[in-house]
Design a protein around this ligand. Structure first.
Ligand SMILES: Cc1cc2nc3c(=O)[nH]c(=O)nc-3n(C[C@H](O)[C@H](O)[C@H](O)COP(=O)(O)O)c2cc1C
Length: 186
């Protein structure tokens, strides 16, 4: 059974997006054998939502963005992870990933997962021209730009990449991947 094995594990990366931050972290907490990678912006943004009940999980191994060369990504080369989930993903991280830039922990994790052929699920938040989003002090309306929407479409074309644009879609993609791993290990 997948749930009783320690390796390989699920890598979950969180970026500095308030949009669906709460829901993504809730789903992350439900995953057995998962490690969390946190961008510097995510670390700040989570603190800003703390009084609304959003926190990082307490009993999870957390890698923070503290090194220029993204030292923790070596774990992908050593086969520690069967899957990478990036949820929620900012338009910043998606834009960099689409251009092949890896200069933060999460963009490095995305690049190295790709180079190590680790299947990746990205929950892109800027997927509609008009959206209601949760700011630290309540709901606000945002209007993602054409460049944000185009970058999401470009990311869909990446190898071993699944891009989802809803919480239900994220949950289904993670469930499907987990089921597929359970089948192949039984
Ligand atoms: C409270 C707060 C909420 C934010 N929400 C979003 C968001 O929903 N989507 C987004 O693309 N950026 C959002 N940002 C901006 C990102 O945090 C910023 O672009 C940051 O540089 C992203 O870095 P990262 O992609 O490395 O995590 C938010 C910033 C703050 C302070």
């Amino acid at each position: 059974m997948l749930t009783t094995r320690l390796f390989p594990r699920l890598a979950w990366a969180v970026t500095g997006s308030g949009h669906y931050l709460r829901e993504s972290l809730e789903l992350m907490r439900e995953q057995p054998n998962a490690d969390l990678f946190v961008s510097a912006a995510a670390d700040e943004v989570v603190r800003m939502y703390r009084r609304t009940g959003v926190t990082l999980p307490e009993h999870t191994r957390i890698f923070r963005d503290r090194t220029a060369s993204a030292v923790p990504v070596g774990r992908f080369y050593r086969g520690h992870y069967h899957t990478l989930v990036v949820a929620p993903a900012t338009s910043n991280t998606i834009a960099k990933a689409v251009l092949g830039i890896s200069d933060t922990l999460v963009t490095n994790v995305l690049a190295q997962a790709g180079k190590c052929r680790v299947p990746t699920i990205v929950f892109a938040c800027d997927t509609a021209p008009e959206m209601d989003t949760e700011a630290p002090d309540g709901m606000v309306k945002v209007y993602p730009r054409r460049i944000d929407l185009e970058n999401v479409e470009r990311l869909r074309g990446f190898e071993a990449m699944t891009v989802v644009d809803s919480v239900a879609g994220l949950a289904a993609a993670v469930r499907e991947r987990t089921a597929c791993l359970s089948e192949s290990s039984s």
